[in-house]
Ligand binder design. Structure first.
Ligand code: B12
Length: 347
């Protein structure tokens, strides 16, 4: 693999992706540094080369074309490339301190790392706290280091209730918050529901942070629906809902009784994600969060040889046991509408 001689990240992209596929970190770094040497601004290398390549890594993993190991190797290379670009640019801060962190339980650190580097390139003094920062620790850190603003990342919609607790904790410390990441929905609609300022990408986050009044001028959260207690009741029953769905699957799909420990583990993890996504959809009162999640899960499972009917069976089970949960029942019904009929339901 040779270094890029092109001036455009778009032209360099296929070669860069090939470096990720070959797990060739030296060649990947050469491509990125070659662009910088050719005069491409570092921000473009991060956002027009590294970011789309990582999204493609995700698509290949989702289609089961790449293993988890291949994804991890590619992500590691991207992290090395980001570090190399940052070291090459080496900007000196002129602005105040911005803290960038992942929400508690959120391990997608690379997307906010890109945001952190863009903010750094634009003159802010950035502290990047990385993955899964507990709320209490974040808040005490903000106090101690006199942060001007905090940027919080969430890549998974199922983590939104936790995200909200974290946003509120920062607010109580009077530090303005900007949130981002695909967990808030492609158009940021769930950030609006939580009453948080949202930026679709790193440049937009930089602009918002530069305008403190705009950052503080956020509409109130719209969470009046939580008064019906459905979300809290569902969360209280989380363990029981996972166990009962597993028992149901074992009764109705004999093959699942022969599952290996690893298969059982990933089934329990999938069931946990189903319950957590349903809970998150109740939290923001948007059934589309759950229907989108179910659509995604079906794609992931079918590409791994698990039929969509397995998801349909579990949703049928939840439709039965969650009859007293009107909003959850509605979200489950909408999700089932797009799935094949299960043998017992007959339609
Ligand atoms: C690498 C990766 C991982 C790594 C993360 C390592 C790391 N150091 O980051 C690991 C292996 C830990 C991981 C784990 C999981 N992952 Co993952 N992961 C990815 C992957 C392939 C790349 C992430 C990335 O770097 N994206 C590149 C960035 C640049 O893209 P971006 O998010 O669009 O970011 C831009 C904007 O959103 C915005 N932005 C992003 N963050 C922020 C933050 C702020 C403050 C602001 C203002 C803006 C902003 O600016 C960015 C640049 O412009 C994505 C695929 C994808 N499409 O992103 C899946 C993906 C996010 N993962 C996914 C899943 C499901 C998981 C797991 C649940 C898998 C599992 N079964 O265990 C776990 C969950 C772990 C957890 N609790 O957090 C799914 C999520 C699907 C969904 N609908 O919820 C995705 C989309 C893969 C897929 N195609 O299905 N993952």
């Amino acid at each position: 693999m040779t270094a890029a001689t092109t001036m455009d990240p778009t032209d360099a992209y296929p070669g860069y992706l090939a470096c990720l596929a070959d797990a060739d970190e030296y060649a990947a770094i050469d491509v990125a540094l070659g662009l910088l040497d050719a005069g491409v601004p570092p921000e473009r290398v991060l956002l027009d080369l590294v970011a789309p390549a990582q999204a493609e890594v995700g698509e290949r993993w989702a289609r089961n074309e790449w293993s988890v190991a291949q994804e991890h190797a590619a992500t590691h290379i991207s992290e090395r490339v980001v570090a190399a670009v940052a070291a090459h640019a080496n900007p000196r801060p002129t602005g105040g301190r911005i803290v960038v962190a992942c929400m508690d339980g959120e391990w997608h650190a690379l997307p906010p790392r890109l945001v952190a580097e863009v903010l750094r390139l634009r003159g802010w003094q950035v502290t990047f706290l990385g993955a899964s920062v507990p709320a209490a620790h974040l808040v005490s850190y903000l106090h101690r280091h006199d942060a001007q603003a905090v940027a919080l990342a969430c890549a998974l919609p199922m983590r939104l209730p936790h995200a909200h607790r974290m946003i509120e904790a920062c607010r109580r410390s009077d530090v303005p918050v900007v949130v981002g990441g695909r967990g808030f929905g492609a158009d940021g609609r769930w950030a609006a529901r939580l009453g948080a300022a949202w930026a679709p990408n790193a440049p937009a986050a930089a602009e918002l942070i530069a305008d403190e009044r705009a950052l503080r001028r956020v509409p109130a959260a719209q969470l009046g629906h939580l008064a019906d207690d459905e979300y809290a009741s569902l969360v209280r029953r989380r363990g029981e809902l996972i166990d009962s769905a597993l028992t149901d699957l074992r009764e109705r799909v004999p093959a699942t009784r022969e599952y290996t420990a690893a298969q059982l583990d990933s089934t329990v993890s999938d069931l946990g994600h189903i319950v957590d996504s349903l809970a998150a959809s109740l939290y923001v009162d948007d059934a589309s969060l759950f229907t989108e999640f179910v659509g995604w899960l079906v794609e992931i499972l079918t590409s791994r040889g698990v039929p969509a009917s397995a998801v349909a069976l579990t949703l049928e089970h939840y439709a039965a046991v969650l009859r007293d949960f009107p909003r959850a029942s509605d979200a489950v019904a909408r999700s089932r509408a797009g799935l094949p009929a299960t043998p017992r339901s007959g339609g």
